[in-house]
Design a protein around this ligand. Structure first.
Ligand code: HEC
Ligand code: HEC
Length: 331
């Protein structure tokens, strides 16, 4: 990392954290990951026969703004994910478009071909290339895991990172860093929210009225049918507790005695700085998971110590407020 301001802050961080950290890390280890953020698919009902999966509708499907069509089976092909807007991004390298059958899924399958990502994974569009390369190394080495081992997608990511070659990583990093992330999450403060259930590792509408949100963030597709078709043009709505955006703004900008101002490293507008990733406009569920994983020490890559002073004293409510604020910013 070249930026002197970061190096300076890093040194400070490690010095300040060194003595006080051991006890608090021990205490925090006991804390359970918040289930609304770590979306685990429900287990099958004990004793029940597995529900037969309805045969896929063979009719070609499309989404707004394109003439391209795919069948449902094609939209589920992990080695040839649907590219609804082929002219909307640069040419995709092999790793992003196809991966290698039986070895490594296409990056574009989970992260979408335009890198917008989904709440259960991560947006990659606009991340610094050096940051992407570092994260792949961390996944490979076992330095980046999820605090919730039952959550499927992070485990799949680790598997694919282990299978990725240096060339796959270099080409995918060059691709995703070459264009910007677009705002596509609508952040709404709400006391009551539509009921949801977890399917495909994300919250989807349960179509059963509303329920109190409480201290949670519920992020769900704006249009489930389009999200299921992996349409990178159909975004998400994130319900956050009333007052959380303003509380988050204060934590992010001043540290509020609990953390350190984020802008020093992530850029004053949270759009990233040098190799440090942007936070603005990105998924709040993802953001909470990362803050928690960093705090619990299951994400402990080469650059993670820089986040130590930022996360060590945060409560889950603080993380909710921070994520509500960062995700509401313009990317
Ligand atoms: C099976 C789905 C899946 C596939 C395929 C996949 N990823 Fe991921 N990826 C994930 C998930 C889930 C996460 C979030 C992991 C976590 O919570 O720590 C992630 C996170 C990442 C991150 C970290 C982003 C950040 O902001 O820190 C990078 C970088 C990444 N993936 C790159 C890739 C590349 C490159 C490929 C193709 C070689 C790829 N992924 C393929 C699911 C996937
Ligand atoms: C001293 C520099 C520094 C400060 C201050 C800092 N960060 Fe970070 N942040 C980093 C670095 C470096 C990483 C990458 C960590 C890694 O690779 O594990 C990171 C990663 C993150 C991530 C994960 C991003 C992703 O794409 O996975 C989040 C979320 C985050 N920081 C939020 C914050 C918030 C919120 C604050 C303020 C409360 C903050 N950071 C303050 C340096 C900093």
């Amino acid at each position: 990392m070249k930026r002197p301001s970061v190096t300076c802050a890093a040194a400070l961080t490690m010095v300040m954290g060194a003595s006080a950290s051991f006890d608090s890390a021990q205490d925090k280890q006991q804390q359970a990951p918040p289930p609304w953020a770590y979306t685990v698919n429900p287990p099958p009902t004990p004793g029940a026969a597995p529900a037969p999966r309805p045969a896929d509708d063979p009719a070609p499907k499309s989404v707004p703004g394109t003439t391209v069509t795919f069948t449902i089976a094609q939209t589920r092909d992990a080695y040839n994910p649907p590219d609804w807007h082929p002219s909307g991004h640069p040419p995709m390298p092999q790793a992003v478009a196809h991966g290698r059958p039986k070895e490594m899924r296409a990056c574009g399958f989970c992260h979408l071909t335009n890198g917008q990502g989904r709440p259960e994974n991560a947006s990659l569009a606009g991340l610094p290339a050096a940051y992407i390369v570092q994260q792949m190394a961390d996944f490979k080495n076992g330095d980046r895991k999820s605090a919730e081992p039952r959550m499927g997608p992070p485990n799949a990511m680790i598997q694919d990172a282990k299978a990725a070659t240096d060339d796959d990583i270099k080409s995918a990093a060059a691709y995703f860093s070459s264009f910007a992330f677009r705002k596509w999450i609508r952040v709404v403060e709400a006391k009551d929210v539509p009921t949801t259930r977890i399917a495909g590792s994300m919250h989807v509408p349960a179509n059963d009225g509303t329920e109190p949100l409480g201290q949670r963030i519920i992020e769900m597709p704006e249009d489930l049918a389009r999200t299921e078709l992996r349409d990178g043009g159909s975004g998400f709505v994130a319900y956050v507790p009333p007052g959380s955006i303003a509380k988050g703004e204060s934590l992010v900008k001043t540290g509020a005695g609990k953390t350190i101002a984020c802008g020093t490293c992530h850029g004053s507008d949270l759009k990233g700085l040098g190799p440090i990733p942007p936070l603005a406009g990105r998924s709040p569920s993802y953001t909470v998971r990362q803050l928690f994983d960093l705090q619990q020490g299951v994400r402990k890559g080469a650059w993670s110590p820089l986040m130590k002073a930022a996360v060590e004293k945060l409560t889950i409510d603080d993380m909710i407020a921070i994520a509500a604020y960062t995700s509401s910013r313009e990317p």
